[in-house]
Design a protein around this ligand. Structure first.
Ligand code: FES
Length: 342
């Protein structure tokens, strides 16, 4: 049976953990949704004007940083990007907006929501999300934020027939509809149909659950896995689906690591495996046939391959099969397969 090493393979929520104490914009979607319920016009305008000033400043700073980098320089002459790309808060904000909130992110695995009413939660940047399987078997994803005063609705993972806000008891169905709002008698212009949880696009690819934070498609629930695969993996969809991302992969265990670095450092390290492994991981290197190491870059995907000899590997950590294969999907998703790939 192929082994899915969850700890080394995903995901967005882990990567954001690396950064969450720094660079996170202080305002978020949550405050916006909350304020809508009280005095929509006045507060929304105040929110928008202050956010517009701070985000335009940040954008200018970040764009100036981007200009420091010349993508036309041939790879043989290139240097590492400027250090500000790894340390400047405005650059990180730009990355959230342009990279992480546009496109698909693997956030979990299907076995977490195998049965109706199961759910799990996570966070990407400043966005809290909850993913569940509703009573009809559909996978749903929402901002994990109550529409009243922005309390978090759910935490961790488990099983629920509905989401009950722990603050004032508003209750939402697993399809996101507001089922009960406590003590609202006399409140004017309250439209229960407009106060459901804010949806995110959700989809499954192989054993992974993906969500899409693109604000342009918030109202859409996604079920077309072919379209999702094409959007997420680009032209390498076929290669990955036939050789790497298989529904038959089974969940074994989850390990979490907190790494004190910018998320790109972690990705850089993953992608230069053939370079650093002989020096930094001598134990692993002794089980690899490094002369066979190769890296192939496809559209959004990098695939590193190396022959391995499981007999030489550490007995308690069967990391090597007869071939090691490391797939990286832009921007931050990594899959290690240790089987013979034909
Ligand atoms: S914050 Fe008041 S019910 Fe959720």
């Amino acid at each position: 049976m192929a082994r899915l090493l969850q700890g080394s393979s995903i995901s967005s929520s882990y990567l954001v953990e690396f950064e969450k104490t720094k660079n996170i914009p202080s305002r978020n979607f949550s405050s916006y949704f909350v304020h809508r319920t009280r005095n929509p016009k006045r507060i929304r305008n105040r929110y928008r004007s202050s956010l517009a000033v701070s985000s335009s400043l940040q954008k200018e700073e970040a764009q100036a940083l981007v200009k420091q980098f010349d993508p036309q320089i041939p790879i043989e002459e290139a240097f590492t990007p400027p250090s500000s790309w790894y340390t400047d808060p405005s650059f990180y904000s730009l990355e959230l907006e342009r990279v992480f909130f546009r496109g698909w992110q693997a956030v979990g695995y299907t076995e977490q929501i195998k049965h109706p009413r199961q759910y799990f939660t996570g966070r990407l940047g400043n966005i809290e999300f909850v993913v569940c399987r509703d009573d009809s078997g559909n996978i749903r994803a929402f901002h994990n934020v109550c529409r009243h005063h922005a309390s978090l609705l759910a935490s961790g993972n488990g099983e629920k027939s509905c989401f009950v806000c722990p603050y004032h008891g508003w209750t939402y169905g697993l399809d996101g509809r507001l089922l009960k709002a406590t003590r609202i008698t006399g409140i004017k212009n309250f439209k229960v149909n407009e106060m459901g949880l804010v949806p995110l696009r959700a989809a499954v690819w192989g054993p992974f659950v993906l969500i899409n934070f693109d604000k342009g498609s918030l109202a859409q629930q996604e079920s077309d896995t072919d379209a999702v695969g094409a959007e997420w993996l680009g032209s390498t969809k076929e290669i990955l689906s036939s050789r790497i991302i298989e529904s038959s992969l089974s969940f074994i265990c989850r390990r979490e690591y907190t790494i004190e670095c910018n998320w790109k450092v972690f990705c850089d390290n993953y992608l230069d495996g053939g370079y650093h492994v002989p020096y930094a991981h001598k134990g692993l290197a002794s089980g690899l046939e490094l002369e066979s190491y190769s890296s192939t870059v496809h559209e959004k995907v990098s695939i590193q391959r190396c022959g391995g000899d499981s007999i030489k590997s550490e007995p308690d950590f069967d990391r090597l099969g007869s071939e090691a294969l490391y797939a990286f999907v832009y921007p931050n998703f990594m899959i290690n397969r240790m089987t013979r790939i034909s």
